[in-house]
Design a protein around this ligand. Sequence first.
Ligand SMILES: *Cc1c(COP(=O)(O)O)cnc(C)c1O
Length: 398
Amino acid sequence: MTTANPVFIPGPTNIPEVLRKAYDMPTLDHRSPAFAEILHPVLAGVKRVLKTEAGEVIVFPATGTGGWEASIANTLSKGDRVLAGRNGMFSHRWIDLCERFGLDVEVIEHRWGEGLDAARYEAALRADTGHAIKAVLATHNETATGVVSDIAAIRKALDAAGHPALLMVDGVSSIGSMDFRMDEWGVDLAVTGSQKGFMLPPGLAIVGVSPKARKAMEGADLPRAFYDFRDMMGAYANSGYPYTPAVGLMNGLRVACDMLLAEGLDAVFARHARIAGGVRAAVEAWGLKLCAETRAVQSDTVSAVRMPDGIDANAFVARAAQTYGVAFGTGLGEVAGKVFRIGHLGMLTDVQALAGLSAAEMVMSDLGVNFAPGSGVAAAQAHYRATVEGAALGLAAE
Ligand SMILES: *Cc1c(COP(=O)(O)O)cnc(C)c1O
């Protein structure tokens, strides 16, 4: 498949040239003082992106999944109860990981397309008068369904119930693209990776750790070695790693943080909202429905589009790849074959988004979908033209 086209998968995302140059570097001794000049700006930069002053940042050579594992393995003990909402494949996988660690997971089932319901979290927390629940898990942006959930509301649910559990948030497909406020929302563990909002290749698990999570670490007895926060924190104090860090990616992350912060986080979020608005306008013009049930939960980083009955969404994704060299995301789990996903996070311009929507229209025509060809592209063009004035094109200028 050609690599000339941008990808429209919700991670890994398109890589800006400036980042490609930043991680393509000669070998640097990670035990030399030169590494400190990468490490410390990374930790400081990620803290700003997470909006935390109280928290610490730890970066593992891993992926988002490693971040999930690190969060639970460092703070929980065998048999601990955790409360988790499930509304798609990613929240499901985190639950599965917890179960494999012998945790007792109380699952709040949601429809795939629904946002996490803070009221149901609160009811479960209030019912837990003995405080058996040690951690509450929430997926900020469910990448399988294109659904964003209100993490501030989950925090309020914990507070309203007077419950001391840790709040662990998967922000893998939101952090760096949609507003995320670790301190304000009282997030104890914030998990992300390098290959989504940070616009880098996969290879880093990035975890924000609150002071409360650090305290929980002392009594936790789940096995951990590679992901031991204590080893990392000890090594960071000496500007190093307990093992070999992914030096090139760390340098990429340093520059990625600089880029996001130079554009301004608010401008980055506004840019994502604009691009997403055009995609949503296109989907509406096609007469198709998003998997996300209401406007309030529609994600600014990924749209899962329901195919009409009788049209296989996997055939859509395969045709786009094979015929036009364009990557869209497949449906996962419960919505496999029913939705295709358009990733619109990281580096993406209006023009690139229009190209993706245009390719999607060609594929829909090929598959015999009943829609007006050109209608989605026109709707997105109208949205971008109407909102471009004064909008920070930011990364587009790179
Ligand atoms: C991509 C993603 C992950 C992590 O996946 P990895 O492949 O391990 O990086 C976790 N959660 C969400 C919501 C994601 O989008």
